[in-house]
Design a protein around this ligand. Structure first.
Ligand code: PEP
Length: 251
């Protein structure tokens, strides 16, 4: 049985005081919740203070990205050892905004995934097709290519934890959610891909989460699908009440 996984991707939102206010409100609202992995991914500047506010809770901290080298002359970059140092357990890798706005490729996703694993950070690897790709019936070709390239040289069977987020690009921040059926279909294909490549025990334990305009009004239905193990939440994760409602719907 896979434990539900609900992650908040704050993107470039929430200053330090706002992050602390959010975490304080959320942890008091969800004090009694158990049986769900709850993860908060603040911007780099708020990681440390959010981590301090999360201490003594069961919630986890994640980065939204990481660089592939560990240290050195890479002005402006943040690497795995620094993220581990501030208490991150997870790292989002290959988010579509990184792919579209910052020229992320399957090759750089692969390098970042390896850097996360080398530093004991559990990756949340994002994959997903654009609207044009879906309309051209290329959805699975695109996702298979992202999985092949991103996972090159990585053996999921050797890992205790690894999370894949299916995020159709056309559903991110647009208010358009994939239907339950559309999401389940792709999640099922991803799980079969993992089974074929790494074996059915790995496919059974790997959490595959959905992202794309998840909100309290649609989360329960999405999460009721057999291969949807959680959600990566952007917009609705900026309101602690909405995010708490999504976490409750996974319970
Ligand atoms: C995301 O940024 O990963 C995301 C899914 O955003 P939203 O929930 O706003 O669509």
């Amino acid at each position: 049985m896979r434990k539900p996984f609900i992650a908040a991707n704050w993107k470039m939102n929430n200053t330090v005081p706002e992050a602390i206010r959010f975490v304080t409100a959320l942890t008091s609202d969800l004090k009694a919740i158990s049986g769900v992995d709850v993860v908060i991914a603040p911007p780099f500047t708020a990681l440390y203070s959010a981590g301090v506010a999360l201490a003594d809770t069961e919630f986890y901290l994640s980065s939204q990205n990481l660089f592939w080298e560990d240290s050195g002359a890479y002005t402006g970059e943040i690497s795995g050892p620094f993220l581990a140092d501030v208490g991150c357990r997870y790292a989002i890798v290959g988010h579509s905004e990184r792919r579209q706005l910052f020229s992320e490729t399957d090759e750089t996703v692969n390098r970042r995934l390896k850097a996360a694993l080398r530093n004991n950070l559990v990756p949340i690897m994002c994959v997903g097709e654009t609207l044009a790709e879906r309309e051209a019936n290329q959805t699975w070709d695109v996702i298979r290519r992202q999985l092949d390239g991103g996972l090159s040289g990585i053996d999921l069977a050797a890992l205790a934890d690894f999370v894949i987020a299916y995020e159709p690009v056309w559903a991110i921040g647009t208010g358009k959610t994939a239907t339950s059926g559309q999401a389940q279909e792709v999640h099922g294909l991803i799980r079969r891909y993992i089974a074929d490549k790494f074996g059915s025990a790995v496919a059974d334990k790997t959490r595959i989460i959905y992202g794309g305009s998840v909100k309290p009004s649609n989360s329960r239905e999405l999460l009721s699908n057999p291969d949807i193990d959680g959600a990566l939440v952007g917009g609705a994760s900026l309101d602690p009440k909405q995010f708490a409602a999504i976490v409750r719907s996974a319970h």
